[in-house]
Write a protein that binds this ligand. Structure first.
Ligand SMILES: Cc1cc2nc3c(=O)[nH]c(=O)nc-3n(C[C@H](O)[C@H](O)[C@H](O)COP(=O)(O)OP(=O)(O)OC[C@H]3O[C@@H](n4cnc5c(N)ncnc54)[C@H](O)[C@@H]3O)c2cc1C
Length: 480
């Protein structure tokens, strides 16, 4: 196809993947990033002592030969530069003081749960029978089936789980991975397939290393990535974007725009220009994450498995966390996720130091909650962790940084959260996918806003779809 010029607004993972795909196809690409570094939520930071933290991501789905992540890495020519550590035990959960391990691999998971919950043998058997029959063994089309289930069989699946798994701790352990509320038990199916059956990986050197390598490749093949370049408006002529306007008043022109930023903001910008918005049918509630980054000096954390992610809660009703979307009130018993980064990759910190990232899903209401509120909440979370899992936190912390939803909003323009790619309808929690097309012919959405779920496979899929839509439009324009 004839070469065209593209502007990508935002250098999140999806924006970068789209940039690479377009360069591969011979197009001219300019990535405009408002921040001073690339990656969005896939970025990281280094503290004064040289400890390297990932901002959000702890594990990536995929990385197996032939899947879209490994294919992407190969197409970038990064096989020698980027390597992945496979995750063995995916999750360790402490629910009401009871420890539950969830290893990867369907067979291992089923067997392990059978051993940990001997009284629930028949329940586990029925559950896995169902999962195998419906989702397959984690093979290629299981993701499609999972999505189909999400959209169509939500309630049936929820009822099935409620009826099938009698032990509340087992049910909570299996449900802990879901990112929504109790009516979303169906997501468990997708997560079980993706996380436990197929497995997860972590990029050696930290997620930001992956991002840096992609940016370098983009530049090597002639793409441009500009930092400190915030797009604030569009000049639209005859239902087509002619140019984007930057915060400094300068203007950049291209044939096609791929938008990787906050879709509701884009929607409002279009409406202000008299064009239809994007997400009319659903209402978004702020679902975000509070993160605490800690460096512990001379603490013995060898009891924590190398690459597992730890979940901690004092309730066997994990859905309480997700009801915050409805009530706006923080849960009494939050689900706390701990990621021991230097257990995965000791290259991230200097000797004798352990890095912990604590993540708590939460409701975010910028009208009600301020920095002090979050700081206080972070302290409460640390107290729970110190009491129940890592007493060393009390005495061994040498670095502490709390990142609040307000920070996320400041950095990326939206509050993020693992479920950001979905628009929550507050009445029934049905989840809508946004159309990646907009009312403007040559303006397309790329990234988490366009796909169910927000893991890397979905981001790659979303980037690919936006590229396909853009090329279809270019062909239509050429034929006209
Ligand atoms: C706490 C947390 C934990 C997570 N854990 C995982 C995990 O373990 N594994 C996983 O796969 N996923 C995880 N996710 C989800 C994943 O991080 C996101 O889905 C993904 O990073 C989103 O990528 P994106 O490209 O769509 O957008 P973003 O990362 O949001 O990037 C958008 C970019 O656009 C820029 N931008 C926005 N507006 C403008 C503008 N007007 N002009 C210029 N630039 C602009 C922003 O600065 C940003 O760099 C997690 C998310 C969170 C919040």
């Amino acid at each position: 196809m004839q070469s065209s010029s593209f502007i990508i607004v935002g250098s999140g993972m999806a924006g970068l993947v789209a940039a690479w795909r377009l360069l591969e196809r011979g197009h001219k690409v300019l990535v405009l990033e408002q921040a001073d570094r690339a990656g969005g939520y896939f970025g990281g930071f280094t503290n004064a002592a040289g400890d390297r933290f990932d901002l959000a991501v702890s594990h990536l789905l995929g990385g197996l030969p032939g899947d879209n992540l490994s294919t992407l890495i190969s197409s970038l020519g990064l096989d020698d530069q980027v390597s992945f550590e496979a995750v063995d035990i995916a999750d360790v959960m402490t629910i009401k003081g009871r420890r539950v391990e969830l290893p990867t691999g369907f067979d291992r998971l089923e067997q392990s749960l059978g051993e940990q919950f001997p009284d629930s043998g028949p329940d586990i058997h029925i559950f896995f029978q169902f999962m195998r029959a419906f989702l397959g063994e984690g093979n290629g089309d299981s993701r499609e089936k999972g999505r189909f289930m999400m959209r169509n069989y939500r309630r049936e699946f929820e009822a099935f789980c409620a009826e099938t798994i009698v032990d509340p701790v087992l049910r909570s352990a299996l449900a802990m991975r879901i990112q929504c509320d109790d009516s979303s038990l169906m997501i468990m199916a997708g997560f079980i397939t993706e996380c436990y059956a197929k497995g997860m990986v972590y990029p050696k050197g930290g997620v930001h290393k992956l991002i840096d390598a992609i940016v370098e490749r983009i530049r090597q093949v002639g793409g441009t990535v500009e930092f400190g370049a915030k797009v604030t408006d569009f000049i639209i002529l005859d239902a087509r974007v002619d140019s984007v306007v930057l915060a400094d008043g300068s203007v950049r022109t291209a044939d096609v725009i791929l938008y990787n930023g906050d879709a509701p903001t884009l929607s409002r910008t279009l409406e202000a220009r008299g064009h239809p918005g994007i997400d009319d049918e659903c209402r978004r509630r702020g679902h975000s994450s509070l993160s605490i980054f800690l460096t512990l000096l001379d603490a013995d954390l060898s009891r924590f498995a190398g690459v597992a992610r730890f979940y901690l809660t004092e309730t066997d009703d994990v859905f309480e966390t997700y009801r915050v979307l409805e009530t706006g009130v923080l849960p009494e018993n939050p689900v706390i996720k701990l990621h021991f980064m230097s257990r995965i990759d000791d290259g991230l910190s200097v000797d004798g130091r352990d890095l912990i990232r604590v993540e708590v899903d939460m409701y975010h209401d910028s009208a009600v909650h301020d920095e002090d509120f979050y700081a206080d909440y972070a302290r409460q979370i640390e107290t729970i962790i110190a009491h129940d899992l890592v007493p060393e936190i009390d005495t061994h912390v040498v670095y502490r940084r709390v990142v609040t939803p307000i920070d996320y909003e400041r950095w990326f323009g939206h509050t993020g959260g693992s479920a950001t790619g979905w628009a929550h309808d507050v009445n029934n929690y049905m989840i809508h996918r946004m159309n990646q097309r907009t009312s403007i012919e040559n303006l397309f959405i790329t990234g988490q806003w366009g796909e169910h779920g927000s893991g890397l496979p979905q981001l790659i899929a979303s980037a690919d779809k936006s590229v396909t839509l853009a090329e279809q439009w270019l062909r239509k324009r050429a034929a006209a």
